[in-house]
Design a protein around this ligand. Sequence first.
Ligand code: SF4
Ligand code: SF4
Length: 55
Amino acid sequence: MKIISEKCKKCLVCIDACPVKAISKKGEEVTINGDICLECGCCASSCPNNAIEYE
Ligand code: SF4
Ligand code: SF4
């Protein structure tokens, strides 16, 4: 999964939506740790700005 930074409003809804806590805020960027991401799509479904996509 990847976060389209231009679309991301930093609302952090996706952080709570991720069952394995793969998403975190680093500085001003919200990022996904691909090493633990399950590609479940929960974050993409939760994002109100459609900022998360499958790679
Ligand atoms: S839910 Fe979407 S807009 Fe909100 S922080 Fe996550 S990626 Fe960004
Ligand atoms: S696809 Fe699932 S496991 Fe990966 S970051 Fe999104 S919610 Fe977390």
